[in-house]
Design a protein around this ligand. Structure first.
Ligand code: SF4
Length: 241
């Protein structure tokens, strides 16, 4: 990159960590408005028709793209329609249908055990509280937030996937580099609750389209003027992380 571009990146690092909480809140709201304008149709990209399908698709999406999950989902959901179907299925049959999503043995076991618990404890219906969802095998906060936000319209937290984790750090919205639950708490502090689900969709779309790993497309980024680009390396020069 030309020297001018590198200098511009250095200058913009003042946002973080000197920024006061109210300034951070204001900046976050501006970021949301700009991302909303850039991605007016941002939504959950896992195809589903009901909470059970979304729960299973989200379990399958770990370490896998949503596009890949959407490819295996039609055959899987045609074969198994209810939690009881999954709970009673031979695990090898589930494995065969989800193999291409990776880690298919663990995922198949989680699906079967979760559906067994849904039948035994929740009358065959996916529960709609954080506590109950977290009691299911293989379900952590990320999966629970996806289900609550998209299948039940409940904003109980912010989905922190690999895109949200990376971009929240680059934008200086958090300085937590390891613990996703802590990143979620930071984001929940200054993003209005009614926008938690939408915010994660916006960041995920932005991560796929522009703020990619490892190389973001900063020039022309809709939030370029609001971003310190923390940790972004350009021609061997890293902005402050
Ligand atoms: S693309 Fe660049 S400017 Fe835009 S959010 Fe990512 S790091 Fe910041």
């Amino acid at each position: 990159m030309a020297k001018k571009g590198v200098d511009a990146i250095r200058r913009r690092t003042y946002f973080h960590p000197m920024e006061r909480p109210q300034e951070l809140k204001t900046r976050a709201r501006k970021i949301i408005m700009r991302l909303r304008k850039a991605y007016p149709n941002a939504a959950c990209s896992l195809e589903h028709k009901n909470p059970l399908q979304l729960l299973i698709a989200t379990i399958l999406s770990a370490q896998c793209t949503d596009a890949r999950v959407n490819k295996v989902a039609p055959a899987l959901f045609a074969r198994f329609r209810t939690a009881k179907d999954f709970a009673e299925a031979p695990v090898a049959e589930i494995e065969t249908l989800v193999r291409s999503t990776g880690f298919y043995r663990n995922k198949s076991r989680s699906i079967k055990m979760s559906c067994r618990a849904i039948c035994d404890k929740f009358g065959g219906k996916v529960p709609d509280t954080m506590e109950e969802l977290l009691s299911l095998h293989g379900v952590a906060r990320k999966t629970a937030n996806v289900v609550l936000g998209n299948a039940f319209g409940k904003n109980e937290g912010v989905v922190v996937d690999t895109h949200v984790f990376r971009i929240a750090n680059r934008m200086g919205l958090t300085n937590e580099k390891k613990n996703r639950d802590k990143v979620e708490r930071h984001l929940m502090d200054f993003v209005p609750r009614k926008g938690w689900t939408e915010f994660s969709h916006l960041l995920i779309h932005h991560g796929r389209a522009v703020c990619k790993a490892p190389t973001p497309r900063c020039e022309g980024c809709p939030v370029e003027a609001l971003c310190p680009r923390a940790g972004v390396r350009v021609s061997g020069v890293a902005a402050r992380s």
